[in-house]
Design a protein around this ligand. Structure first.
Ligand SMILES: Nc1nc2c(c(=O)[nH]1)N[C@H]1C(S)=C(S)[C@@H](COP(=O)(O)OP(=O)(O)OC[C@H]3O[C@@H](n4cnc5c(=O)[nH]c(N)nc54)[C@H](O)[C@@H]3O)O[C@H]1N2
Ligand SMILES: Nc1nc2c(c(=O)[nH]1)N[C@H]1C(S)=C(S)[C@@H](COP(=O)(O)OP(=O)(O)OC[C@H]3O[C@@H](n4cnc5c(=O)[nH]c(N)nc54)[C@H](O)[C@@H]3O)O[C@H]1N2
Ligand SMILES: [Mo]
Length: 652
């Protein structure tokens, strides 16, 4: 029996440190959380608890090609020959921009995810801006702060107030949440949650502020006005570290409590309570969820909330995602800065439009299940069905996307390979060791990349260099307390972070009124956009549930439930009973879902687990728009509007 320490490479906030027990037959016997990790502290989430089963379930066992509609096993050599032939042909006919590399969040490791981008950069193939998840918020916050890094969740134990704003951390970031609950239980910190839904996070809060969706900019202005008029804005901090405060103050004055009540649904008393909690409990940390910015007004919502700590005199007292704090040369790891070739960058949210239009002859997917997770699925599916599109999928499991590919390549899961995973939240990094040898005839992303590069006759030496050495040199200044050798030998290191009071804006200060936003055609201060929904329409929101990471783990748990939650009053008005099937419809498509009557939902809003399929296997994203947000190009998932139609009693 041996113990292997690894790090979960999935796209979560916390990159858990896990210890696997492996027997002499290379079988995993158990998994434990690493109790010494300062943030993940020994917790194992429902997904990590079942990795052992997912390792062996529904795996792609060999390369396959599709012939006359069905998959046929082929050798690695043959599949790589075919792929290279296809790529070479496309480059000759259409140029490298006829190829799209579509890569995302399945494995966030530097070796599995970042380094293999070198091939596509060497070719100058089209790639996406990766804006499907959090980019709009980063863009918004960066307008005012220069970049978007903020508080480190490891500082939670020293906070007096923790505000989870559009962040269902109890589900989406269980370790951050556990630290917060511990601080609350010890009487050190109060917890506030701002969310339209009474989530598991809201249930445990000292104050739950129920806002109407997409009205957070108004709420923030109302709060700032209260802070200013009650003398709780930190004048000396504002004088020394910020610009544009007078303009912010003037804007905030336009939002008195009665207006806030009307727009956001937050009563003057609750607004006052929120104001006094912020004023009386310093230091505070305002944790902004990615869910807050999955809407039309998303970037503005994130940048508005991120201003609160600066008015209170706290340097970067928000947490949003700390990738920009680290001294890590990602452009070098990905090969972007090693070539003169210019890849065409398309908006990831709008991929469906590009594919449907026939912009690409070859699409190469890795670490992503776009046939479920991209918006506007009806359009995307139309595109995938084009005769002139050749789809290659490098995957661990038989996903919806793999099933419609022309060539499928098997990949090893994070348990079957080594890596370095950079967290989004805390700054602890450790080497991810291989837990078990590959259980299928899979090949690592880097080996596949080199195999294709060789066949294409590419001569750039950086395509074939030792990946770990390359990552090491890109991380030579990355660590606070050691070097790559220490990391590889198993030591847990801390990433060095840029200082909290460093603001790379034009003025070198926090800019409440952002001239860069103006130059980019955006409002210099956050704007509250229209908040009206037609009365017969519902707002359709979706967010994380604990057993699944996006579309993963349906192999070991049941399918993500095809349900839609609805407030009892709305259900009564429409005559919908619990367990009945209802049709959600808009101009993009329709879904058949089973009703769950829930007090947690406000009226006018319906909710489903994100990225699910409906009762007929149709992707939830059939109803979401592929029109990117104006700032940062992020998605508008939660701006989706639907009508509801009662279908009657469920047949099962
Ligand atoms: N309607 C709606 N849609 C959404 C969202 C929403 O809130 N609502 N959220 C969006 C967000 S925030 C995100 S981040 C995206 C996520 O979008 P995706 O990244 O597409 O999410 P997953 O379903 O996890 O797909 C990742 C795939 O990578 C595979 N994989 C895992 N490990 C490896 C590996 O080591 N190598 C390879 N080659 N493959 C691997 C997994 O098996 C999985 O199929 O979805 C977005 N889509
Ligand atoms: N179990 C699990 N954990 C995950 C993931 C997963 O798939 N499964 N995915 C990971 C990834 S990639 C991401 S991006 C994160 C996402 O995790 P979070 O950042 O927590 O985002 P969501 O879960 O999408 O939504 C958070 C909350 O925002 C609220 N919300 C939506 N619109 C508004 C609004 O206008 N105003 C306010 N105040 N609140 C609003 C929703 O009601 C929801 O409760 O989770 C990560 N963690
Ligand atoms: Mo995400």
């Amino acid at each position: 029996m041996k113990k292997v320490r690894t790090v979960c490479a999935r796209d979560c906030y916390d990159t858990c440190s896990l210890v696997f027990h492996v027997d002499e037959y290379q079988k995993i016997t158990s998994v434990h959380g690493d109790t010494h990790h300062p943030l993940t502290r020994g917790m194992v989430c429902p997904r990590s608890a079942r990795d052992r089963d997912r390792l062996l379930s529904n795996r792609i066992d060999s390369p396959y090609i599709k012939e006359a509609g069905s998959f046929k096993k082929v050798s690695w050599n043959r599949s790589l020959d075919l792929i290279s032939g296809k790529l070479a042909h496309t480059i000759a006919k259409q140029g490298p921009h006829g190829i799209l590399f579509l890569n995302y969040a399945g494995n966030t490791g530097l070796l599995a995810n970042a380094f293999p981008a070198r091939l596509w950069n060497a070719l100058g193939a089209a790639q996406t801006d990766g804006a499907l998840c959090s980019q709009s918020g980063h863009a918004g916050i960066s307008m005012h702060y220069g970049d978007s890094y903020g508080a480190n969740p490891l500082e939670i134990p020293s906070m007096k107030l923790l505000v989870f704003w559009g962040f269902n951390a109890a589900v989406s970031a269980p370790h951050i949440w556990h630290l917060a609950l511990t601080a609350q239980k010890k009487g050190r910190a109060m917890i506030v949650v701002v969310d339209p839904i009474r989530t598991d996070t809201a249930k445990k809060a000292d104050l739950w502020v129920r806002t109407k969706p997409e009205t957070d900019v108004a709420l923030v202005y109302g709060l700032l006005d209260r802070l200013v008029t009650s003398g709780n804005a930190d004048a000396s901090f504002i004088e020394k570290w910020t610009t544009g405060f007078d303009r912010l103050k003037a804007e905030a004055q336009k939002w008195p409590p009665e207006t806030i009540h009307h727009i956001t649904g937050v009563s003057p008393d609750t607004l006052q309570l929120l104001t006094s909690l912020y004023a009386g409990n310093k230091p505070s940390m305002t944790l902004i969820g990615y869910g807050l910015q999955h809407c039309k007004n998303g970037a503005d919502q994130a940048r508005a909330v991120a201003m609160i700590p600066s008015v209170l005199g706290i340097h970067r007292g928000f947490y949003y995602g700390n990738g920009s704090a680290y001294l890590l040369d990602r452009a070098r790891i990905k090969g972007k800065s090693l070539t003169d070739k210019k890849s065409k960058i398309i908006k990831q949210v709008a991929v469906a439009d590009h594919i449907q239009r026939g912009d690409f002859s070859v699409v190469y997917v890795s670490c992503m299940n776009p046939a479920m997770t991209l918006p506007n699925q009806n359009l995307f599916q139309e595109g995938l069905a084009r005769e002139d599109l050749f789809l290659i999928v490098h995957e661990t499991h038989w996903t919806e996307t793999a099933k419609v590919a022309d060539i499928v390549l098997p990949a090893p899961t994070f348990l079957e390979k080594e890596d370095i995973v950079i967290p989004d939240s805390h700054n602890c990094v450790q080497y991810s060791h291989q837990v078990v040898p590959p259980v299928t005839d899979s090949r690592h992303e880097i080996r596949v990349m080199a195999g294709i590069a060789r066949r294409l006759g590419l001569e750039e030496p950086w395509l074939y260099e030792d990946a770990l050495m390359a990552v090491m040199s890109a991380m030579s200044k990355a660590f606070e307390n050691g070097g790559m050798q220490d990391l590889v030998s198993g030591k847990r290191l801390r990433l060095a972070c840029k200082p909290k009071n460093h603001y790379p804006t034009p003025s070198g200060k926090i800019e409440f009124y952002a001239a860069t936003a103006l130059a980019g055609g955006h409002s210099p201060m956050p704007m509250q956009k229209e908040w009206v929904t037609k009365t017969e329409q519902f707002i359709f929101m979706a967010s994380s549930v604990s057993k699944y990471t996006h579309t993963q783990f349906q192999e070991v748990y049941e399918k993500i439930p095809a349900v839609v939650h609805i407030n009892p009053k709305d259900a009564a008005r429409l005559g919908i009973d619990h367990g009945e099937d209802i049709l959600l419809r808009n101009h993009l498509g329709s879904l058949r879902l089973r009703a769950v009557i829930s007090e947690a939902l406000p009226q006018g809003v319906v909710w489903s687990p994100k990225e699910a399929a409906d009762l007929d296997g149709i992707a939830q994203n059939s109803l979401t728009s592929s029109r990117p947000q104006a700032m940062g190009n992020g998605p508008r998932f939660n701006t989706t509007r639907v009508t509801l139609e009662k279908l009657g009693k469920a047949s099962v």
